[in-house]
Design a protein around this ligand. Structure first.
Ligand SMILES: Nc1ncnc2c1ncn2[C@@H]1O[C@H](COP(=O)(O)OP(=O)(O)OP(=O)(O)O)[C@@H](O)[C@H]1O
Length: 362
């Protein structure tokens, strides 16, 4: 939720405003999940096919050169998954809660995996979790484990999966690293990739048995985790939207994601038509410096934008990020502008820094 430094002059009409939103988001929008290659495994590009072919040929001619070709294929994989940030051994410690389809990949024994964090994904064994699906990471200072909270698209194993709508499910993946300082290194890697880190004290620090002798040496030395500060937002919810289902959508699906991502939020439910507009036209922006999230349909977004247009402080109003959680009966605006239809995907986009659902206009 970075604010833009640039500002255009006067915003004249809501229509002009929405055009600006469209222009900006279309030019900046990263491809949505649907637009990207859905394959969780490395897609075989013509380039990789070529490399593999060469590798096979090379291997048959000169077996010793095989490893060089392997490296070249590895390079291709690195490109597709971004640049490596952190790597090492991780044990998946999800008793009975493992991700469906998880297998012990190469280099793994049992639940212990060769893992790496890249600028695009967390990879362990043959599993890939995209960073854009990660909500946050919880970490107790001085311990060996950390938990990755994510909402990946569900892998359906039955043959009818292609006819079913993709669905996101909440996963808490608890990883155990080899040592406390290793856990710290992984957590910092996530923080570097703009994942929110929910940094908790060492459990003994809050227990009654607390004494300086009980706190492990590592915990005392645990250096500062570079986590970003929790965003402060205002949520404006139209409880009538979506035939009265918007509150359930927000409290059931979206609020837990925002809480996991450390959001400090005030939720205001509109009581009548025009409420959102009058609220936004007078609100003190210091109470929601990181933006306003509209929960509902097109009508509530329209009211919020109109409320901003009524203000005298147009520059501040124009640079405030506006998020949209589709919970109305139609939601054509958010779908047209941002290519997002379901509330969980919209919430995930909002909690990521390089989000697409947080509309910025100026
Ligand atoms: N508490 C409320 N009671 C009645 N109407 C409201 C209330 N809050 C907002 N409204 C009005 O309801 C209108 C419709 O709201 P909204 O677009 O959010 O829902 P929707 O009609 O379900 O969604 P869509 O526009 O996607 O069909 C808005 O224009 C707004 O002025």
């Amino acid at each position: 939720m970075q604010k833009s430094d640039h500002h255009e002059q006067n915003l004249t009409s809501p229509r002009g405003l929405i055009h600006k939103v469209l222009r900006r988001t279309n030019s900046r929008r990263s491809p949505t999940a649907a637009e990207q290659d859905p394959s969780p495994v490395f897609p075989e590009t013509s380039n990789t096919k070529f490399l593999k072919q060469k590798n096979v040929e090379g291997a048959s001619k000169d077996p010793e050169k095989g490893s060089t070709h392997d490296n070249r294929i590895e390079d291709e994989k690195s490109d597709l998954l971004g640049y490596e940030v952190c790597s090492g051994k991780l044990t998946l410690d999800n008793k009975g809660r493992s991700v469906s389809g998880e297998q012990s990949g190469s280099g793994s024994s049992g639940n212990c995996f060769d893992a790496r964090l890249t600028t695009e994904a967390l990879v362990w064994g043959s599993n890939i979790l995209k960073l854009e699906d990660i909500v946050s990471v919880s970490y107790n200072a001085g311990l060996r484990h950390f938990t990755v909270h994510a909402c990946p698209l569900e892998k359906r194993s039955n043959g009818l999966s292609c006819f079913m709508k993709p669905r996101r499910i909440q996963k808490d993946l608890r990883f155990l690293s080899t040592a406390p300082h290793e856990a710290f290194r992984w957590v910092n890697g996530f923080a570097d990739q703009q994942c929110y880190v929910n940094l908790l004290p060492h459990p003994m620090a809050s227990s009654k048995k607390h004494s300086s002798e009980l706190i492990p040496f590592d915990a005392m030395l645990d250096p500062y985790v570079k986590c970003r500060s929790p965003p402060k937002i205002l949520v404006i919810l139209n409880p009538r939207s979506g035939h009265g289902r918007s509150s359930k959508v927000f409290h059931g699906k979206v609020e837990p994601i925002f809480k996991l991502a450390g959001f400090k939020m005030e939720v205001i439910k509109t009581t009548h038509a025009g409420h959102a507009k009058s609220l936004v036209s007078t609100i003190d922006f210091s109470t929601c410096p990181d933006g306003i999230v509209c929960v509902g349909g097109d009508g509530i977004v329209n009211e919020v934008l109109n409320g901003l247009l009524c203000r005298d402080d147009q520059i501040e109003a124009g640079s405030l990020p506006i998020g949209i959680i589709p919970a109305g009966s139609d939601n054509s605006l958010v779908w047209t502008v941002l290519g997002v239809k379901d509330p969980i995907s919209a919430a995930l986009s909002i909690v990521r820094v390089n989000n697409i659902s947080f509309v910025q206009f100026y």
